[in-house]
Design a protein around this ligand. Structure first.
Ligand SMILES: [Mn+2]
Length: 205
């Protein structure tokens, strides 16, 4: 199998971001410098549990405003890197489904590398409207990051959070771990599907 790697660089008036990825990595060769400490931690553990080797660097950003653009653009660049590394997607499982608990909180991620970008965050409680408001990160930033990631990768992704914690770190970390585990499954190659794009349409673009 050809190496599934990619290098992506994206420059806008708001951010300048570089990424390098090896989908068939070990997960422990990551160098993530986003300028947002919490997000470094989240992306590193996502890569670790997905066994992806990842270099990600925010060269320029406008975090003096807030993290909105950088958070969004990191999702875009990471999604692009996966899309490019996956090529025509021949042989892959395409679907993945995994859960990760953290204390009482459980995150479940369901992924379909369908070519269609869609993201949905389901929260199985009413209480969580404003969690994380005063913190560096929040559930709405999580939603925004995942939305950008799903659209630029061309994947349908659903994340459900159950027994939501009052601590934003716990909720978001469980979500990133679950996504890493589900995406790991989705990108694995089944030898019985060699050379076959996993769609009855014959392509996933
Ligand atoms: Mn943590």
């Amino acid at each position: 199998m050809a190496p599934r790697t990619a290098e992506v660089e994206r420059k806008s008036k708001e951010t300048h971001i570089k990424a390098g990825i090896n989908i068939d990595g070990r997960g422990d060769r990551c160098d993530v410098k986003t300028g947002i400490g919490f997000l470094d931690h989240m992306i590193e553990l996502f890569a670790f549990h997905g066994l992806f080797d990842l270099e990600l660097e925010v060269i320029k950003s406008d975090t003096v405003i807030d993290i909105h653009h950088t958070n969004e653009d990191l999702g875009i660049v990471l999604g692009k890197a996966f899309k490019q590394a996956l090529g025509d997607k021949a042989g892959i499982h395409r679907f993945g489904c995994a859960g990760a608990p953290m204390e009482a909180t459980v995150a479940r991620a369901v992924v379909d590398i369908s070519g269609r970008g869609y993201f949905r965050l389901n929260i199985e409680e009413d209480k969580v409207v404003q969690i994380g408001e005063k913190q560096e990160y929040s559930l709405s930033y999580l939603e925004h990051f995942m939305e950008s990631f799903a659209h630029s990768l061309g994947a349908t992704i659903s994340i459900t959070l159950q027994n939501v914690s009052d601590d934003v770190h716990t909720n978001v970390e469980a979500a990133f771990k679950a996504l890493g585990l589900a995406l790991y499954q989705a990108v694995q190659v089944d030898p019985r599907r060699e050379g076959i794009v996993p769609s009855t349409k014959g392509i996933i673009d």
